[in-house]
Design a protein around this ligand. Sequence first.
Ligand SMILES: Cc1cc2nc3c(=O)[nH]c(=O)nc-3n(C[C@H](O)[C@H](O)[C@H](O)COP(=O)(O)OP(=O)(O)OC[C@H]3O[C@@H](n4cnc5c(N)ncnc54)[C@H](O)[C@@H]3O)c2cc1C
Length: 370
Amino acid sequence: MSERVVVVGGGVMGCSAAWELARHGYRVTVLERSVPGAEASSAAAGILGAEVEAHAPGPLVSLAQASRKLYARFAATLGRETGIDVEYRECGVLEVALGAPAWKRLTAARAWQKPRPRALDRRELLRREPALNPKLSGAVAFEGDARVDPRRLFRALHIAAASAGVAFRSGAYVRRVLERDGRATGVALDDGSSVEGEHVIVAAGSWTSLVEGTGVAPGTVVPARGQIVELELPAPALSSVVFGPGAYLVPRDDGRLLIGSTLEFVGYRREVTAGAVRDLLTAAIALVPSLESAIVKDSWSSFRPYSSDSLPLIGPTHLRGLWLATGHHRNGILLAPITAAIVSALVRGRRSPVSLADFSPGREKRATHH
Ligand SMILES: Cc1cc2nc3c(=O)[nH]c(=O)nc-3n(C[C@H](O)[C@H](O)[C@H](O)COP(=O)(O)OP(=O)(O)OC[C@H]3O[C@@H](n4cnc5c(N)ncnc54)[C@H](O)[C@@H]3O)c2cc1C
């Protein structure tokens, strides 16, 4: 009989690991306290920014690049299996600068990167993106970066996982991991019931530290709120994703444009605040002046699972059969395919496709965030 896997959390991490394992013949149940995709995974902007998000060399850069390499295939497989175009677009990301000194600083700060981002002067920048403010001085272009629509991605993942045999339970709040003789045996729910499995994967995003028995100390993964404003335009104002002072702009194929985002440590407070909306709109209009006449369509906030050293927690724990896939902070959409590949390999008793030393849930010298 095939082994049972219990996944705690129905976000992009839980669902992509579940999908992968169901395709390998495991009997997988995803337990979600709300509905699948309720949290960060549907709120994300969808930038696949392996290069633009890399501010210093380190293990996260390699992990992000490995995941980005998997994305075209990940998106194509989801498209084939579900008929949903997840809007994976290899559009590139431009980081723009206002003022010659800022442009010089920007190009110097990015000089270590491989591939080295291309510097664009104002003329080249405006030729590529005519809607940008002509006062901008230049940009660096991360041509390998891409975008995806996280809500479409999540819908496709959910459908693909269910078609592969994953069972989803909504409204299932997991209190703790159950163990016997140093091995995980399942989870206990807050209604007093339990769900058994030979493997337990905890992918509870910003709430991971609240699940008992994972070995993750309180404060190890905390919520980092991000707010987003969505505009509607008759046609896309940009072809690339644009990072500028105070905001990033992410175009969608149908003309919508996302303006993100704040990074706030305010616990689990879900509000969208007037100050953030004002600041995001001001920064966006400074980047693309024609946005002044765009329609404000929506705004929302959600919680990035922030770990105190900014690295995800992926892999084995103090209990055999208990695995973590969490703490992906700003880059969880990007990191979903590689995380699913890692967790799936470990559950199947294979080697991880990448070294996990830096992402080990039990890694030393972790400072907790208060
Ligand atoms: C504003 C914003 C913009 C972002 N932009 C990007 C971007 O452009 N690119 C990118 O790559 N990433 C981006 N991210 C980050 C990305 O969204 C996250 O890293 C990723 O979605 C995390 O996925 P997850 O599955 O770990 O968490 P989540 O999607 O939060 O899922 C965790 C799930 O676990 C459930 N859960 C929690 N506790 C329990 C429990 N005890 N029992 C049962 N279920 C439980 C929750 O209800 C939730 O559904 C952004 C995030 C935010 C907030």
